[in-house]
Ligand binder design. Structure first.
Ligand code: HEM
Length: 424
C-alpha cells in the first residue's frame, strides 16, 4: 500500500494521540478510531500498527514474528535489562535481554527452567497464602479507616507473592519498586514527536544497573544459604553447568520481578474499578463468589493491563491487506483488538458472563508464564473485596492514571466505604 502525504500525516497524528497522556483515562475511543481505519504504517517509518482481532491474532501466529528487537530497522535506544541488546555499546557492557525478548532456542531453554514454578497445579497451592495476604491487607484497612484500592490491596498482593516466590526479602521491596516502575516504561513505544512523554535514557540505564547489582548481591548471599525459592533453584541450575549462564540468571530474575510488580496490580485495580462502576455485578460476586473468575476474564478483555505487544518481522510477510517488510516493528494494539465488534458483541459493555477470546496474556510461545498466578490473585482479591468491603464508592472517577502507554492502570483509587466485615 502506498500512502499519500496527508495519509502519512494522519497516521503520525493518530500515533501521537495514542501516546498522549490526555487520553490515558479513556483511550478506548481513540483505539476504536484506529481500528476502524485499518492497519497502517507510521509515515515512512519501519513501524506498522495492527488493531483488529484478526490481524493481531494472525501476526502473533506468524512464524516470522520475532521478539528480537535487534532485527528491527528502527533505531532503538539501548535499554537495560528488559530490552537491552547483547554485546557492548560505547565501552559499556550491555546484558543479553530477558527471555521475553529472545527467540528459540534460547527462549525455549530459559522459559523451561522457570515454567514449572508457574503451572496451574503449583500455583493453585498458593491460594491459602494469597487469601491470607488479601485478608491481612483488608484488616489493616479496617484499622486505619482509609482505603486506596491500589496502595492497600492491588499493589501489596502481587508484590508480596512474587518476592516470596523469588526469594527476595520483602524489606528490600521499597528500593526495588522504583527500579521496576522505571524499567516498565521501556515497554512503551516511543516516538521522537512524543519526546516530552519519554523517560530519560540515563535514568533507565541507572535503574537497570542498580537492579542487576541488587540481584548480583542477593545471588552471592543465597549461593551459600539456599532456600525454598526460585532464585535458589536458578543458582543450582547455573551451578549444574550448561543450563543457564550467570547473565541469564540475573535477567530472568529481573523479568520475573518486574512482571510480578507491574501487571497484576493493574488487573486487580481495573477489575475493582469496573465493579465499582457496576454495583449490580459487585453485589452478584458478593452472593456468588463463583462469578469472580468471569469478572477477571472480562477485565482482561475490557481493560487489559498490557495494552499492546510488539514484534519484529523476520521476513517479508502479509497480514490482511497490509504488506510488512523484513525489519519492520509491528505494534499490535491488543486493547483495540479486544473491543473489535467483529468478534465481540457490544464490545464496550462490561459483561463478565460473556465467552471471551481475549489476547491479554498473548498467544503462542511467549504466552504469559504468570497467567495462572495473575488469574488466581485477581479472583481472590475481587472475591474478598466484594465479601468484606461494605458499600464501597469511588471518590474520584475517573481516577488518575499511570503515565505508561502499555501497562495500563490507575495510580490510586480512593474509596469511601461503610466498614470492613471481619474475616471468617
Ligand atoms: C494480569 C497480569 C498479567 C498480564 C496481563 C500479563 C501479560 C503478559 C503478556 C501479554 C505477555 C506476552 C508478551 C509478548 O508476547 O510479547 C506476557 C509474558 C510474560 N509474563 Fe505476564 N502478564 C501478567 C502477569 C504476570 C505475572 C504475575 C508473571 C510472573 C511473575 C508474568 C510473567 C511473564 C513472563 C515471564 C512472560 C514472558 C513469557 C515468554 O517470553 O515466554 N506475567 N505477560
Amino acid at each position: 500500500m502506498t500512502m499519500t502525504t496527508s495519509e502519512q500525516t494522519d497516521s503520525a497524528d493518530i500515533y501521537r494521540q495514542l501516546l498522549d497522556p490526555a487520553v490515558r483515562a479513556n483511550p478506548y475511543p481513540t483505539f476504536a478510531e484506529v481500528r476502524a481505519g485499518g492497519p497502517f504504517r507510521i509515515g515512512t517509518a519501519p513501524v506498522v500498527i495492527l488493531s483488529s482481532h484478526a490481524d493481531c491474532t494472525a501476526m502473533l501466529r506468524n512464524p516470522h514474528a520475532s521478539v528480537d528487537r535487534s532485527l528491527t530497522k528502527l533505531q532503538l535506544e539501548t535499554i537495560p535489562t528488559l530490552t537491552g541488546a547483547g554485546g557492548s555499546k560505547d565501552g559499556v557492557r550491555v546484558r543479553k535481554p530477558s527471555f521475553l525478548f529472545l527467540d528459540p532456542p534460547d527462549h525455549t531453554r530459559l522459559r523451561r527452567l522457570v515454567s514449572k514454578a508457574f503451572t496451574p497445579r503449583v500455583v493453585a497451592q498458593l491460594e491459602p497464602r494469597i487469601t491470607e495476604i488479601v485478608d491481612d491487607t483488608l484488616d489493616r484497612v479496617a484499622e486505619t479507616g482509609m482505603f486506596d484500592v491500589v496502595a492497600d490491596l492491588a499493589y501489596p498482593l502481587p508484590v508480596t507473592v512474587i518476592c516470596e516466590l523469588l526469594g527476595v526479602p520483602l524489606a528490600d521491596e521499597p528500593r526495588l519498586r522504583q527500579w521496576s516502575a522505571l524499567l516498565a516504561r521501556t515497554l512503551d513505544p516511543t516516538s521522537r514527536s512524543a519526546a516530552a512523554h519519554r523517560v530519560d535514557p540515563d535514568e533507565l540505564q541507572t535503574a537497570g544497573t542498580e537492579l542487576n547489582d541488587y540481584f548480583e548481591e542477593l545471588t552471592r548471599r543465597r549461593r551459600g544459604n539456599p532456600g525454598p525459592d526460585l532464585l535458589s533453584e536458578l543458582i543450582a541450575a547455573e551451578d549444574a553447568g550448561d543450563k543457564l549462564t550467570h547473565d541469564e540468571l540475573i535477567s530472568t530474575c529481573a523479568l520475573l520481578l518486574i512482571a510480578g510488580h507491574e501487571t497484576t496490580v493493574n488487573l486487580i485495580s481495573n477489575a475493582v474499578l469496573a465493579l465499582l462502576r457496576h454495583p449490580d455485578q459487585l453485589a452478584a460476586v458478593r452472593t456468588d463468589p463463583g462469578l469472580a473468575a468471569g469478572v477477571i476474564e472480562e477485565t482482561l478483555r475490557y481493560d487489559p493491563p498490557v495494552q499492546l505487544m510488539p514484534r519484529v518481522a523476520a521476513a517479508d510477510l502479509r497480514i490482511g491487506d497490509m504488506d510488512i517488510e523484513q525489519g519492520d516493528l509491528v505494534i499490535m494494539l491488543i486493547a483495540a483488538a479486544q473491543r473489535d465488534p467483529a468478534v465481540f458483541a457490544e464490545p464496550d459493555r462490561f459483561d463478565p458472563t460473556r465467552d471471551t477470546r481475549h489476547l491479554a496474556f498473548g498467544l503462542g510461545a511467549h504466552f504469559c508464564l504468570g497467567a495462572p498466578l495473575a488469574r488466581l490473585e485477581g479472583r481472590v482479591a475481587v472475591t474478598r473485596f466484594a465479601q468484606r468491603v461494605r458499600s464501597p464508592k469511588c471518590t474520584v472517577d475517573p481516577p488518575p492514571y499511570r503515565a505508561h502507554v502499555n501497562l495500563r492502570g490507575p495510580v490510586a483509587i480512593p474509596l469511601d466505604f461503610a466498614g470492613i466485615t471481619p474475616r471468617r
